[in-house]
Write a protein that binds this ligand. Structure first.
Ligand code: PRX
Length: 647
């Protein structure tokens, strides 16, 4: 082992785990030397209506790019999450829901969830939803979100969940992009005691979506909303009349299961498309092995269902495994910053999976808020969404886990469908800050900017050499963009967009994005998206957005804004622009710092030199590097002189 701190697998953990070191090594070796044989066997972990005979048909060649897994098999994802458990654990809790208000919680059994999903599937059919139709879901963290997603899967409709924090415009763009004809929302969401006007936002979005003709509204808070005759229906009214008998549709393995929009390096979010068979196999397998899930355990992933983590590790993975999955409506600091640990004690949570940004925010509140709770039920902790700094990792391990619970730092992406690089708790010695080693079937590789494969301890661009079953299949409606984005930078390989270091033990250390995507509190934000929101303001001539290191958020959003001639750069305008971006995209895109830029640093051919802007934003203006290609060096002096981040 190299010089970094190493935390060995506790012997008791190894003994009790599904996978120990020897098993990991043997299974991993087989998974990459004989993928067909390996996945032929592990594909059977889910229920197929018609068994597959084909396993893997993949080409990463841009001329003929296709990815197919278990192609001739048929199945239904909701049947795998519900029906298959009725005989063995129908009365066990499936979803343990904890409300924003600490006095509100409920347990929903597999049998109850099966009935609700079947009913809502019948509701969807009665509203005219058919196989392959796109259904947009804009709901808060309430059980109806799970019901709606699984009901889509049951009838073979493709769900597109839009995070409740997105603005009406962002929602409208996502409805339009996939031509969805129906939206499912709620009157209002509830987070940290505050109401989120979801129906009002949906109304505003639907005003520009003429082909979306139906809106189903769940009553969550009882707040007043307008209901449009002929278009809007109350969920509860529709459910009253619906039958709880709805046979699951037989879907082909490669039929789409869902679309999830994510930011890239251009202004327009991409509709990442996942299909049914491979995704379900990969979601359930990673959930069982990475979290070492054992029947009866309470598992809690704190993500929102609006993100891929919620899709795979609140819903599909855990439910396919018959797990008890906790769904939390609230936020970590309401009513106070001890809430997570109070919920852990209240529900005897065994496995807890959250994001580094939450850990850093809670760390700042002090140990006492953690220490006053028991947490004795916890046995495993997880981290996802961004690199976790060793300091936060060690605090999580020592204070939250009492040095008893291993931490799985899981690296993956919306595009990958499930976890690709991660420790397995019984098999992998941990190094704080490293996502460690690849999961079964995953072949990471590091390449230099010219695409040369780098061996041994090194640093480079993280690519994946071959397909795994959970991989995205295309960008919805734009297969060329799929090929361009992921398979053209480095020919024949899937390019993740991340930079990464590999140490002498073969451990992977993700260093962050190498493209124009930034990671704000574990949420992906395209800088181009924020820029196009800014330039849409009538007073803005030009804008450039970069990330900068932020203590809590990981990265903050730093915007350089050039105003139109004659506009005054005032404090009011600065505030107005922040509000403007919030309205255009959503609160997660709010610029943290806005610097007035009389001009932006450009090359003589007019290209903005982002490298320089990143350095100034990071307060590293003494390391600007080569500036000889600048058209006007005085521009940089002005930006350095007036920089906003002097921390
Ligand atoms: O940069 C990586 C970072 O988050 C990106 C993926 O973002 P998204 O598609 O929103 O999915 C987030 C949840 C899976 C990656 O390209 N990232 C995610 N997990 C980690 C991470 N960076 C370092 N360590 C991680 N564990």
């Amino acid at each position: 082992m190299s010089e970094e701190m190493v935390i060995a697998v506790p012997e008791a953990v190894a003994r009790a785990a599904h996978i120990d070191r020897a098993k990991y090594q043997a299974m991993y070796a087989r998974s990459v030397s004989d993928p067909e044989g390996f996945w032929a066997e592990h594909g059977k972990r889910i229920d197929w209506i018609k068994p597959y005979s084909k396993i893997k048909e993949v080409s990463y060649d841009a001329e003929d790019l296709h990815i197919r897994w278990f192609h001739d098999g048929t199945l239904n994802a909701s049947a795998n999450c519900l029906d298959r458990h009725l005989a063995t654990r129908g009365d066990q809790t499936a979803i343990l829901w904890e409300g924003d208000d600490p006095n509100e919680s409920k347990a929903i059994t597999y049998r109850e969830l099966h009935a609700e999903v079947s009913k809502f599937a019948n509701v969807l059919k009665a509203l005219g939803v058919e196989k392959g139709d796109r259904v947009t879901i804009y709901l808060p963290m309430i059980p109806e979100a799970a019901v709606a997603m699984l009901a889509c899967a049951r009838v073979g409709a493709i769900h597109s969940v839009v995070f409740g924090g997105f603005s009406p415009d962002s929602l409208a763009n996502r409805i339009q992009d996939c031509d969805s004809t129906i939206v499912i929302t709620a009157d209002e969401g509830l987070r940290g005691g505050r109401k989120v006007p979801l129906k009002k936002n949906a109304d505003a979005a639907l005003a520009s979506c003429p082909s979306c003709k139906t809106c189903v509204v769940v009553r969550r808070t009882g707040g007043a909303v307008e209901m449009k005759d002929g278009r809007d229906h109350w969920y509860h009214d529709l459910m009253l009349a619906a039958s709880a008998d709805c046979p699951p549709a037989e879907m082909r393995a490669e039929d789409p299961l869902f679309i999830l929009y994510t930011s890239g390096s251009t202004g327009k979010p991409k509709g990442v498309l996942h299909t049914t068979g491979g995704y379900m196999v990969y979601a359930s397998m990673t959930h069982e092995y990475v979290f070492d899930y054992k029947p009866g355990e309470v598992y809690w992933c704190t993500a929102d269902v609006g993100w891929v983590t919620g899709h795979t590790y609140i819903l599909y993975g855990p439910l396919a495994n018959g797990a008890i999955t906790l769904m939390f409506e609230g936020v970590p600091n309401y009513p106070d910053a001890s809430r997570f640990w109070q919920v852990v004690d209240k529900h005897d949570v065994n496995i807890f999976y959250t994001a580094p940004t939450a850990i850093r925010a809670l760390m700042r509140e002090g140990e006492e808020l953690v220490k006053k709770t028991s947490r004795k039920s916890l046995r495993l902790l997880g981290s996802v969404g961004e690199p976790i700094n060793p300091e936060a990792w060690l605090w999580y391990h020592r204070v939250v886990g009492d040095e008893r619970c291993p931490i799985v730092d899981t690296w993956w992406q919306t595009e990958t469908g499930g976890i690709l690089i991660t420790p397995l708790p019984g098999a992998t010695d941990l190094k704080p800050g490293s996502a460690t080693l690849p999961f079964f079937g995953v072949k990471p590789m590091l390449v230099d900017n010219d695409g040369n494969v780098l061996e041994g301890a090194t640093e480079g661009n993280l690519c994946i050499a071959d397909s795994w079953p959970g991989q995205m299949r295309t960008v919805y409606g734009d297969h060329d963009r799929f090929i361009q984005t992921y398979f053209s930078t480095f020919k024949g390989r899937y390019f993740t967009g991340d930079g990464c270091r590999r140490d002498a033990d073969g451990y992977y250390w993700i260093t962050g994005r190498v493209d124009d995507v930034i990671n704000v509190s574990g949420h992906r934000m395209g800088t181009a998206e924020v820029e196009s929101a800014l330039v849409a303001h009538s007073k803005v001539a030009e804008a450039a957005v970069v990330g900068y290191p932020h203590d809590i958020k990981g990265q903050g959003i730093y915007a350089y804004v050039t105003l139109n001639v004659g506009e005054e750069p005032t404090e009011e305008l600065r505030k107005e622009l922040v509000q403007w971006v919030r309205r255009e995209i959503g609160p997660i895109a709010s610029p943290d710092l806005i610097q007035w830029a009389p001009a932006l640093p450009k090359t003589r051919s007019g290209k903005i030199m982002r490298r320089i802007l990143r350095k100034i934003a990071a307060n590293e203006h003494d390391q600007l590097g080569d500036t000889s290609t600048l058209a006007d060096p005085a521009v940089v002096d002005d930006l350095v002189g007036n920089r906003m981040n002097r921390a």
